[in-house]
Design a protein. Structure first.
Length: 428
């Protein structure tokens, strides 16, 4: 019995196919070029003449990334773009045939977080670009479909499918142990690093990062909830540790939609709601997600951000002014430990830099004074958790009960360099 016209395509176009069709245009091949200077005798004649020469050798590594914003913001793994002198991103061609003569578009590294193995790039060409919608990873189901897209061994736009095998795995990366990882049996090979792991709805759930070489079909991805948290800090790590508005936005098509509103935060108090669509931003057209965040971080505590939103059920746009406040992570450090801190970018000894929290003042009679924390110390860890962002500090200090004794690690600069000391602190 013959199938009616079009029915065969309908049977073949499964949910996996539809998800891949939606996401693939936003996946890019990343070529990182590095030029290594060499000195010696490139020819026998040079050797015989005793005239050493200098020349450069070009090396190239390949990886994968994906666009998260129509303005051209790209996410990948930090190790994919490490030590690169120039970076090009290449989109899949419309006919699927790879043009090896096409170098792609030049991209610039905006910031990296080596510990999380994440990097944020910006394409140096005008958009808009196709982008991936971010999903969530806190509610992943063991056994739900997981789809990896990448460029293993240089084979562009390769798709593999599997399931979410497990969550909250801890794995060892070159930068140290990383917890909370997603485990999947979707095949991931060299060149897939930095590519998207998506769900059946075509939403990002993770960033493909590592493979367990001793086994088969065991791979790991950074969960998207962590990606969202890290990316906010990468745009302006210092300001994102100082200023807080209490809401996040995401792209929906070409619109910006309020994705989360913190309970009790300034946005909620101003009347902003989840699902509100930004119609105008500070009198201008809606920005991209990361362009909006970058503009927000140029403000200081006490300033207001004027928004005009479209709301379901409202006959006309609603004007809302959201006040910016000091980040609750810094407020809680003051309240619970009794320290005033200043976020600073500090070298980490591996060529990278990260935000650390330098003590500027210790309050009399505070928990910090009782364990002899001093100005110019750096609060490095609390309750076994590295303090690497104000968001992490706020979450941690909200969860620790009052008058609980917890371990703390403090770094102090001495004549011989930085030294660390471990003790326990009774939090107020």
């Amino acid at each position: 019995m013959a199938l009616p016209p079009g029915a065969e395509d309908d049977l073949r176009r499964t949910a996996v196919v539809r998800a891949v069709e939606a996401v693939s245009p936003a996946v890019v091949n990343i070529a990182t070029d590095r030029f290594i200077e060499q000195r010696g005798f490139p020819s026998v004649r040079d050797w015989m003449m005793g005239t050493p020469r200098r020349w450069q050798v070009k090396t190239q590594s390949l990886g994968t990334g994906f666009v998260v914003d129509p303005a051209g913001w790209v996410v990948t793994n930090a190790h994919v773009v490490a030590q690169g002198d120039s970076i090009h991103v290449k989109f899949r061609s419309g006919d699927g045939v790879e043009n090896r003569e096409d170098e792609g578009l030049l991209a610039k590294v905006i910031a990296t977080d080596p510990r999380s193995d994440l990097a944020l790039l910006r394409i140096e060409a005008p958009g808009p670009f196709p982008f991936i919608e971010m999903g969530s990873s806190h509610d992943l189901l063991i056994g739900e479909p997981a789809i990896a897209i990448g460029n293993p061994f240089g084979f562009s736009s390769t798709v593999t499918a599997g399931v979410v095998s497990a969550v909250n795995r801890t794995i060892q990366l070159p930068t140290g142990p990383v917890d909370g990882m997603i485990q999947t049996d979707a095949s991931i090979d060299p060149g897939n690093s930095g590519g998207p792991l998506i769900n059946i709805m075509g939403q990002l759930i993770g960033v493909n990062t590592a493979v367990f070489r001793e086994g088969r079909n065991i791979a790991f991805a950074i969960p998207v909830d962590r990606v969202k948290s890290v990316l906010g800090g990468l745009i302006d790590p210092i300001r994102s540790s100082q200023v807080w508005a209490g809401f996040e936005v995401r792209n929906r098509g070409r619109a910006l939609v309020v994705d989360t509103v913190e309970k009790g935060g300034p946005a909620e108090r101003a009347g902003l709601r989840v699902g509100d669509v930004l119609g105008r931003c500070e009198g201008g057209e809606p920005c991209s997600v990361y362009g909006f965040k970058a503009a927000l971080l140029k403000r200081g505590p006490g300033e207001r951000v004027a928004l005009q939103v479209r709301r379901a059920g409202a006959a006309a746009p609603v004007d809302i002014a959201v006040p910016l406040v000091e980040h609750p992570g810094l407020v809680l450090l003051r309240q619970r430990l009794g320290v005033e801190v200043e976020p600073r970018m500090m070298p980490q000894g591996d060529g990278s830099a990260a935000v650390r929290y330098l003590v500027k003042e210790v309050r009399k009679g505070s928990a910090a004074e009782r364990v002899e924390i001093r100005p110019s110390d750096v609060v490095g860890m609390l309750a076994g958790v590295p303090l690497e962002s104000a968001d992490e500090i706020a979450t941690l200090l909200r969860d620790i009960p009052r008058e609980q004794l917890v371990p703390i690690r403090v770094f102090r600069e001495t004549r011989g360099g930085w030294r660390w000391a471990d003790t326990e602190i009774l939090l107020d």
